[in-house]
Design a protein around this ligand. Sequence first.
Ligand SMILES: [Zn+2]
Length: 140
Amino acid sequence: MIVAVHALTGAALGRLCKTHARAFVLGALSHLAADLLPHRDLEVAQEALLLGGALGFVGIRRGLDSREFAGAVGAAVPDIENLVARVFQIPDDRLLLPTHGKYHGRKTRGLGGQLALALICTASLLVPAGSCQPTPRHGN
Ligand SMILES: [Zn+2]
């Protein structure tokens, strides 16, 4: 899956966590789940550019010290293995993460699913913090 989509997913999930450590771990776990889905990967330069944009967006919107940013980084980190594999031309069946090798999601040509996931996660980051809290009851 495109690493920027992983980062946006991790950021959205990080928002649900109480600590930065939990956000980082949940982001990393979301990476494994997302890689199981059918998806298409991009060239390294495209991946790097989009990741920079995604992390920049999360950092500007939520702050570099936010749980969202911790979740984004946690979700992106596992793809360091993919970067190393591409640079050194390591075959998929020799990679450590099972979702980068044997359990990689079906390869697709389209990007629609990933784009939809990215948009949903981006939208969730645009909602102000605390705006989804229940309204206190009055009376009775
Ligand atoms: Zn991956």
